[in-house]
Design a protein around this ligand. Sequence first.
Ligand code: ATP
Ligand code: MG
Length: 285
Amino acid sequence: MKATNFLVDSKEKFRIKDCPTTPDDKLSKEEGEKRTAGNIEEMINLQDVFYASQKYSLLLIFQALDAAGKDGTIKHVMSGLNPQGTEVHSFKQPSTEEISHDYLWRAHEKLPERGMIGIFNRSYYEDVLVVRVHNLLNNILYPDVIHNDDIWQKRFRQINDFEKYLHENGTIILKFFLNISKEEQARRFIKRIDDKSKNWKFSEGDIKEREHWDDYQKAFQETLAVTSTKTSPWYVIPADKKWYARLAVSEIIVNKLKELKLTYPQVSKEQLLKLQAYKKMLEDK
Ligand code: ATP
Ligand code: MG
């Protein structure tokens, strides 16, 4: 498995229907799980340096259709990390307060501080996905400038500008689209109905959204193509096999953290001498 295979790197050639939803290599589940465990182990050390160096923040964005495994992937991949250095934010239907601001407002204040890893479970991308598919802008009183034909193109540009701004200010961004097939989604919904402990996860809304499958694919297709950039790339993760999605996501995060070549802050000579003096004081007591 090569993580770069999942990168959306060509605006013109990208076709969501050509992206696999299942693994296309010979890796076994056991091998895959072993590799994921290794990645998680590595991530723990990398996060420690990331936090100590206080140089960058890392923003991980997860988008997907229902039951693609966002929650599980986030939970699993982040399982070993120091909770003090991570935060997860879920973006649901906006509140009255949120909707009375511009659409990036609620995301902006949830961005990770330097040294932190921030995870967005859904994000401002909902504003070019669900909002587009369901024409939700029509329900909102907006100034006239917002209601015109190229609203989505405008939003794509705004998102690209916003992410560029974040990058230029030290935020590293990785975006994951968990790509599930329509058949696998049906299987997972049925499981939620059959398994009593999973009944709570099933919502009528999920079935309604499924009817818009093709519209969502279309919206994702354009969104991913236009907003995947060098500094803020999208990865389309085959998500029909949960173990494989976890492996791919963990691999991409680890690679990125390694690429940064971060080191623990250097302590000055004077500071080192002071430390030795403190040690002596402590030992003398
Ligand atoms: P799960 O179902 O696994 O608990 P979820 O992310 O699907 O997780 P829900 O509470 O089921 O959470 O759904 C949140 C809903 O809010 C989604 O349908 C999403 O599309 C919607 N949503 C998020 N952002 C916006 C937005 N800006 N405008 C309108 N709807 C939004
Ligand atoms: Mg849901």
